[in-house]
Structure formats: C-alpha cells, structure tokens
Write a protein that binds this ligand. Sequence first.
Ligand code: C2O
Ligand code: CU
Length: 457
Amino acid sequence: ARLHAPQPVGHDHGRTAPAVAVRPDVSEFSVPMPLPPVLAPVVSRRDVQIYRLAIKPANVSILPGVLTPAYTYGGSFIGPTIRAKAGRRVIVSYQNQLGVSTNVHLHGAHVAASSDGYPMDLIEPGGTRIYDYPNRQQGATLWYHDHSHHTEAEHVFRGLHGFYLIEDEEEADLRLPSGAYDVPIMIRDAAFDAEGKLAFSFDPSTRTTLLVNGKPQPYFRVAARKYRFRLLNSASERVLQLNLGGAEMVQIASDGGLLPAPVPRTELVLASAERVELVVDFSRYPVGSHVVLSDGSTPLLRFDVVRSAPDNSRVPDRLRPLPALPKATVYREVSLGFDFTSGDLPIGVMNGRPFDHNRVDFRIKRGTTEIWNITNADPEFVTHTFHMHLEQFRVLERNGGAPTLDDAGRKDTVFIPVGGSVKIQTTFTDYLGKYVYHCHFLDHSSLGMMAQMEIVR
Ligand code: C2O
Ligand code: CU
C-alpha cells in the first residue's frame, strides 16, 4: 500500500480509486440532512453537568437502504452533541463497549492532562473512564474524537466523532441566530465497499464519498432568515474549499470562538479538524430557491428555502476583541514530514523523529509565551496541518507574510500546504503535564507525525 498523500488544494478530484472503494450510486440531494442528537445530562446542576455515553458498535444508516457497521458514540454515526456553558463543569463518563481500546480527546479544550485523551491513556474494552472538562474558556465549536495511538485515523473514520459546543453569556447577548437556527454541520469523506461497509485504508484518495452530518449530499430545508452554521471538517485528510457558488457567507468565528468582527467571505479553506462559523442570510432568496454549499465545484449540501420566518437575530459589527499578544520569550522550530525510506508505509516525523511517548520533545515552563515556526518539510505534493493540544494560538505569519483570512482569530489547527510555513504564538497558562501536538491529517499522525511537550513548573 502506497501512502499517497493529500491533494493539493483544488486538485482532489478525478483520482482513480483502488478496487476496494465503491462510489455508491446515490443521486444528489435525495436525502435530508439530519441534525446530530443533543445529549441529555444525567445530572444537571448550576455548577456541573454529568453525562454518560457508551462507545459502541452500531449499524447506522449512511447510504440509502443500507445499514453500515460503524463505531459510534451512543449509537449515532455523528455522536450526540454536548452543549456546555462556559464556566460550568462537564463530566462525561464513557463506557467502552467497542471491543477494542479507545479514548476521547476534546479537540480545542483547555483541560488537565489526565482528561486530554493522551494517545497512550486508553479506555480498555469493557472499561469506563471519566473525563472532566472545566469549560474555563470562551464559547467555541469544539469536537470530541478518538485519539488512541496508531488507530485514531481508523477509529475516527469508523465514526468516533461528535460536536461539543461551549456557549457563553456575552455571546448570547449578541443575539446571533440561535436555537433551531444554530446548526452544527460536520463534513467528512468516506469509502465504502460493495456491501456498503466502511473501507478503511491509509489512502485518502479512496474516500470519494462526501458526507454532511453523515449523509451523502443531503438537502436541508431552511426558512428565509439568518442561520448560524458551525462547520467542522472531520475528514482524516482533506482540504475543503467551501463556497455558496459565489454568494456571501459572513464568518463570525474560527476554531476558538468569535472573531473581533464579522468577515464577509465568498470562499474559504477548511482543512481537517478546523472549524468555521458562518451566518448565511436566506432572506436574500425568494421562497422556493436552492442554495448549494460546495467544496470547489463538488456539491456538498443543498439549502432549500421553503418558508418565511420572523428573524430578530443580528450580526453586530463587533463580536469579541482578541486580547493583545504578550511578548514571546521562547522561539521554536517544528517541521512536519514523512520518512519515505522505510519501505511499505512511510513514517510520519516531526523534527525528523516519529512519536515516542517516552521522549519529551519540548519542555515548556508554565507561564511562558512562545512562538513556534511550523514548516512543511516534504517535497511537492504532501500537505499537512498542525494541531496543538491544550492552548489556542494565534497565527502571526504565513510563509513569512501576513496570515490569510483562514488563519484569523483563535486557532488550534492550521493548514500547512506544500512549501508552507506558519508562525504561531501561544501562552502556556496553567496546566502542567504532557500534551501532544501533531499533524491533524489523522493518517499522518497515526503513522507517527506527532510529538509531545511537557509543561513544567
Ligand atoms: Cu483533534 Cu490531537 O486532535
Ligand atoms: Cu501531515
């Protein structure tokens, strides 16, 4: 098996897939887009909410008329959404009924190392584990997923992914579209065999079916008013170029929450694990219109404007200021790449070495503000992303120049294209312990493209 790597932006179509992958014969926009269920807490108090969630195999409906065996949170192919409030603790008790080891990482969360889903810190089959999330961070679209070392790509591909939304009060005061008009949308790809079973491999070119909230090219009925969409790219290894056919989408947030001000966009790049929040105003369209969200020229989702509706939501000119950047005192270099000399599958490396949980790559003194320069060390066609656990960061520079609109705000994941480099800054504020950083093309991290830092006193 040759690992091939990811498509350069804009050229991902027309690859020939190996015989195992079958493009299911589904006509466009023939199924409705479901919303992931919202998980109900078993205990809800002012200071804490407690949830229970089984991680288990289930037969789920992805393609019309076929049941597909998947790994799920609570039986649902897109795990149930956990809705948390800033400042109110959430405790989730996970029961591993999968039959294989797993664990849970809350992507974008600021949590103690023991609740971070460290790759070696697993829930064994039959085991239960409690994760403690303080939610001492501002409102943001987070997501939870498997992070078991070497198997995260396969486990997430098989369905271990869900939304975790933090809401905060100041954000609620802005009167952005809310309730039924605040919609999480998870975009990923998949590969199926002839029986409709998920066909995993480390080759992303086999994943020719795009799923939106777990369905192939669905439609979604909307009212002619404003909606807030929380978009997540949960594909193992894909770069989406999202557009509404040239129509305006107003970006209000990125990975770590609200931007300082809304930004009108007509196209945006969303790499694996990144999130973007958009407000789309369907009152621009007469009832009966169709508006298509596409990845480049590939349609993903059709919005059908089916009715009018009152709308007292708004998008204020100012959302949330970004704090001033403190002065950095430590500078580090990080490179991502593959060692192609090793034979069958290449080995993912960071600064020349694959992940080793016995080695600490960077020792960081708590309280330090650091700048990391992250470089794609691979030739030609291999792109990467960079994700850091524990802290959100800010992008200072891309390729030695100004960051792009896709780098704006608080970020935890950035795209590192061919020949690219990104300079980021963050402050390690409080927690101590070991946390990983890695390429969030999970095919790459599963092959070793991961390293760890230890925050020390
Ligand atoms: Cu979303 Cu270390 O992962
Ligand atoms: Cu990579």
